[in-house]
Write a protein that binds this ligand. Structure first.
Ligand code: PEP
Ligand code: MG
Length: 322
């Protein structure tokens, strides 16, 4: 199997009916970058910047962060990288920063909430990203957006930093793209306001489903109770895809479900044309894509979503086998 997947490395991920699917990897440390070349992925769809903060014993300083981001750009060799701003809190704790224990950390002071309450920390990271990008395309992804106002506020801080960079005569990124993660259910009902404000959207299905089903993603007792391939989940994802189409905003999904071939098949059937996953999943997902007919899959999936069809996973599996 491994050899078979390795042989697909430079084969483009194109379906039988000639739909190109962009396959990207999730990463978090410089250490992960060789996977980009090895997997033959199109880019880094999610770079979790918090990893660098988690392995450090103090807050990484501006120059340390800048060096790190520059090194990531250099190692990516021109392939696109989506840098997600600091997403600590919840299950990811910084021992030197978060002293107060929370009752419901997943619903607590984390990600963009922390960034907006501590703008100096957020602005330092943005400054480092802008400096590290120098002359290259910078994609910034904002985690845990629950309200349009958070997006507007974060964007204003980013543009403030861009202004400072220009005034200091430093080299700007060749292009700046700002995206929002859709992972808090409340955002689903603000997509028509969100889309005009962003250059791209990335669905964080791990958190989105945990919140939709009120089931802690790290609690094994409940995490397995709700299937990702259930109607509510797939309808929500379809809803996001349609909003992206309406506003002509590129949509991608970077949660764990993108890395499982059956789930990836369903996502493509729903209309996703870009997904991001753990590096080891690129081979198996690509093998699935090479034998997929998107037209047929979409038809099947949309019919299943409309009718009273019973267990979707079983039906999708039967369809895949056929
Ligand atoms: C997600 O929530 O789906 C996601 C990709 O981000 P993380 O797993 O880092 O929360
Ligand atoms: Mg998340």
């Amino acid at each position: 199997r491994q050899a078979q997947y390795a042989a697909l490395r430079s084969v483009p991920a194109v379906t039988l009916d000639e739909v190109k699917i962009s396959l990207n990897i999730n990463a978090g440390l410089l250490f992960d970058l060789p996977h980009l070349e090895e997997s033959g992925a199109d880019g880094i769809g999610l770079f979790r910047t918090e990893l660098q903060f988690m392995i450090s014993s103090t807050f990484p300083r501006l120059d340390q962060q800048t060096r790190m981001y520059k090194a990531i750009f250099d190692a990516a060799g021109g392939k696109p990288v989506v840098f997600r701003t600091l997403d600590v809190g919840g299950d990811k704790v910084l021992p030197y920063f978060q002293a107060v224990k929370e009752e419901n950390p997943a619903l607590g002071w984390r990600a963009i909430r922390m960034a907006l309450d501590r703008p100096a920390l957020f602005r330092t990271q943005i400054r480092a990203l802008l400096r590290g990008a120098a002359g290259r395309e910078l994609r910034i992804l904002l985690p845990m957006i629950a309200d349009v106002a958070e997006l507007t506020e974060a964007k204003a801080l980013i543009h403030k930093e861009l202004g400072i960079l220009k005034r200091h005569g430093k080299q700007e990124p060749s292009k700046l793209l700002i995206g929002a993660m859709v992972e808090v259910p409340a955002l689903l009902w603000q997509l028509d306001e969100v889309m005009p404000l962003v250059d791209f959207v990335s669905v964080g299905s791990n958190d989105l489903l945990q919140f939709m089903f009120a089931a802690d993603r790290s609690n094994e007792k409940v995490a397995g109770r709700f299937d990702n391939l259930n109607k509510a989940a797939l309808r929500a994802l379809r809803f996001i895809v349609l909003a992206g189409k309406r506003h002509d905003v590129p949509i991608t999904l970077c949660g764990e479900m993108a890395g499982r071939p059956l789930e990836a098949m369903a996502l493509i059937g729903l209309g996703f044309r870009s997904i991001s996953m753990a590096p080891a999943s690129v081979g198996p997902v690509k093998a699935m894509i090479l034998s997929l007919d998107v037209g047929e899959t979409a038809e099947k999936l949309l019919t299943l979503l409309d009718e009273d069809s019973g267990d979707l996973r079983d039906q999708l599996k039967a369809f895949a086998v056929e």
